[in-house]
Write a protein that binds this ligand. Structure first.
Ligand SMILES: *[C@@H]1O[C@H](CO)[C@@H](O)[C@H](O)[C@H]1NC(C)=O
Ligand SMILES: *[C@@H]1O[C@H](CO)[C@@H](O)[C@H](O)[C@H]1NC(C)=O
Length: 217
C-alpha cells in the first residue's frame, strides 16, 4: 500500500521518534539568516537515516514556505486554538526568532519553531497545526529540534537549504528554490553532512511532482 503523504509522514515520524535529542543542535553554528531563508522552497531530496524504509519506492515532493512571525502573533494563535498556558508562558518569556513553515503537502499544515539562543540556525518546534486548524489534539508537539543551514555550491540553481533533523528516519531534508536535482549536484550536501555527522546513506531524490492543493483553496 502506498501512503498518501509518505515523505511528510516520515518526517513527522522521524521527529517524534527522535532518540537522544540534541538540545542545542550539537552546538554547530549553521550558515543561517532569516532574510535568506524566507520564501518558497522545494524539497528536492532527503538523506535517509538508518531506519528509512528502503521499500519506499516513491518520494513525493512538495513545496514549503518559510516566513518569519513574532511571539505575539503566535501567542494569539495559541490562545485561540489550543490555549495551552504552559506554551504561552514559554513563548512570552524569551526573545528569539520564530519561523513558520507552511507545508504544501496533500494535507497542508504549518509548523512554528523558535530559535535556540546562541546556536545559529537551531530551532525548537513549538506548534504544528493543519492549515484548516482542525486536528488540535495533535497541535502541540514534542520540542523537536531542527537546524537550518544554507549551503552555497556556486552552481546556477543557487544555494541549498538543509534542514537537519535528529530522528532515525531522516537525517537531512534538502531544499532548493526550484524543483529538480541530480546526485552530482547533491555531492556537496552529502560531503558536508558526512563531515558533520559521520557516514551517511546515499541521498534519495524526490521523484514525483507534487500537487499543490493550497493554491486551490
Ligand atoms: C493569551 O493568553 C494569556 C493568558 O491566558 C494572556 O495573558 C495574553 O494576553 C493572551 N495573549 C494574546 C496575544 O491573546
Ligand atoms: C551562507 O549563505 C549565504 C546565503 O545563501 C551564501 O551567500 C554563502 O555563500 C553561504 N556560505 C556557505 C559557507 O555556504
Amino acid at each position: 500500500m502506498e501512503l498518501l503523504y509518505p515523505l511528510l509522514y516520515l518526517i513527522l515520524l522521524s521527529r517524534t521518534e527522535a532518540k537522544g535529542i540534541s538540545w542545542s543542535c550539537d552546538d554547530y553554528q549553521a550558515n543561517f539568516t532569516v532574510k535568506e531563508v524566507v520564501g518558497t522552497w522545494h524539497v528536492v531530496a532527503i538523506i535517509p537515516e538508518k531506519l528509512f524504509p528502503d521499500n519506499q519506492n516513491k518520494l513525493t515532493c512538495y513545496k514549503v514556505e518559510f516566513s518569519e512571525t513574532d511571539a505575539a502573533g503566535l501567542q494569539w494563535l495559541v490562545n485561540n486554538t489550543v490555549g495551552s498556558k504552559h506554551k504561552v508562558d514559554r513563548l512570552t518569556n524569551s526573545e528569539g526568532t520564530i519561523i513558520r513553515q507552511r507545508y504544501h503537502s496533500e494535507r497542508p499544515f504549518d509548523v512554528w519553531s523558535k530559535s535556540v539562543e546562541d546556536v545559529n540556525g537551531c530551532f525548537k518546534q513549538v506548534l504544528s497545526l493543519d492549515t484548516d486548524k482542525t486536528e488540535l489534539s495533535k497541535a502541540i508537539t514534542h520540542d523537536d529540534m531542527m537546524q537550518l543551514h544554507l549551503l552555497e555550491t556556486n552552481d546556477q540553481a543557487g544555494p541549498f537549504l538543509l534542514q537537519m533533523l535528529w530522528g532515525r528516519m531522516i537525517s537531512v531534508v534538502v531544499y532548493r528554490r526550484h524543483e529538480g536535482v541530480t546526485q552530482e549536484e547533491l555531492k556537496p550536501v552529502y560531503e558536508m553532512t558526512s563531515e558533520l555527522r559521520g557516514p551517511q546513506r546515499i541521498p534519495r531524490i524526490c521523484d514525483r511532482p507534487f500537487r499543490d492543493v493550497l493554491k486551490e483553496i
